[in-house]
Design a binder for this molecule. Sequence first.
Ligand SMILES: [Zn+2]
Length: 427
Amino acid sequence: MLRRTTLSGSNPTRMKSQNMRAVLMAFLRHGELSRARLAELTGLSSTTITNLVAEMAAAGLVTELASPQNGSRSVGRPRTPLRLRPEAGHAVGVHVSVGHIRIALTDLCGRIVADRALRHDLTTPAETVLAETARQIEALLAAHAAPPDSIVGVGVGASGLVNPQSGVNVLAPNLGWRNVAIRDLLEQRLGLPVVVDNNVRAMALAEARFGAGRDAEVMAFIYARIGVGAGIIVGQQLFRGSGAGAGEIGHITILPDGGEPCRCGNHGCLETLVSEPAILRLAAEVAAQAPDGLLAQHLRQATAEETRLAAVFAAARAGDAPTLAMLEERGHYTGIALANLVNVLNPNLILLGGLFSQAADLLLPAIETTLRARAFADLGEAVQLRTTSFGAQAGMIGAAALALDTLFYSAGRVPHSVQTPVLQATV
Ligand SMILES: [Zn+2]
């Protein structure tokens, strides 16, 4: 959503919040900055910048680096570089996917300090799963001696339709969850603020704040595992749509007639053609046609369910022609969906995660060829196509980004949690 211009007037507190937010965002985007450069980038006066920087330094949030010309103390020199101290605060990111939960403790720049994973049976009630998640978060914080008042909050990226206002997972068919009050359940147990959103949207936000999307005006993050989803960033902000339903790219119709039925009630949707279940189903068909082929051999060796997808990719990398053709077709279908997305959004960057980054060598060439060929005019040429900056950690970093963005960067104030200086900054 584009940030609205303020129509309701401003009071000094709100103005200070907006100024602080502008300074924090400038640090995040540009790294080291002098006071003079901060003033240029934010349009704020040098006096305002000096005061804000002094407040942030007193809270241990920024540090002044030695001036290249003068190594001695340089009180308030406008060109002395400053930077954020990411270690001044932490966030917890919880990535909820089908049967797995991954939890990370990150610094203020979304870098993982420690993490842990838990599995859950899909028949276990959501409340029980979340209670165990809360226990694991407490154990993680205890193991790393993270003081509770250094934690900005907890972000949860959950599969399915999520209402970010209420923190409720409205419907996650692949998890079997319906109307699960994730935020309330975790806040009650942890006593920390909790922010909840869809997990792919969270990953898009992480790229926009900490990853490859920092300079992208319009960006889409596409993720495929059990389902396929997109997170959309416009003007550096998440675009959620009017009812938090934007980005359901998995349900774009690719085959209008005769496609497989989709769990959404439609048929021929992208995720019936490109997702882990779709690839495994097609791989089983390929293997049945050639029982002595490379794919059949690789699948026979993959005894555990979670290694079957890796076995399919391994057979393709070993040169199995039918598997390569099947995957190339998955890339082609994805490219059609992305060409449609490009025609509507005109993004300058598309990032791909999940199985697209796991098998980028096998899927990206076909995705790119179809996207560039099918998008309108030169829109397909103009868009950059890359895999996620965060690999398999995108979900956890994304979830932490939800908390950091809402409770720290966009809050526009030095939160209570980081007001105790951890290290004396040179001011
Ligand atoms: Zn569908």
